[in-house]
Ligand binder design. Sequence first.
Ligand SMILES: [Zn+2]
Length: 135
Amino acid sequence: MTLRAGSCLCGQSHFTLDDDQPTVAICHCTHCQKSTSSAYSVMAISPREKFTVSGPLKKFADKGDSGRAVDRWFCAECGSPVWAEAEAMPDTAIVKAGCFDDTSWLKPTMQIYCDSRQEWAPIPGGTANFPKMPG
Ligand SMILES: [Zn+2]
């Protein structure tokens, strides 16, 4: 059992993920680019029951390109994106991996929405790459 802890920038929103091997993915979609103000987001994807979160979180009710709901939770105090839930992936926590206290274990194995990748953003080797969502 590996309990991984993380928090937002101000520290008021914090979480633990009790998962040895979450799937680590890079998302190049335009919504992740906007919400992170960066080129892509890095996510640790785990069963929802393995994720515990608390703090002054606020939800932005977004939609994926399928039209299905994507709830993006961010810290209401400092604005850091903390985690998300997608209707297309029920009972799954999508944790914003930059918020983990220790990020040394992160090894992305998948990249999605490569169609909207910013041209300069590198595609590291060893990942499965998808133009949009896999499958
Ligand atoms: Zn915060």
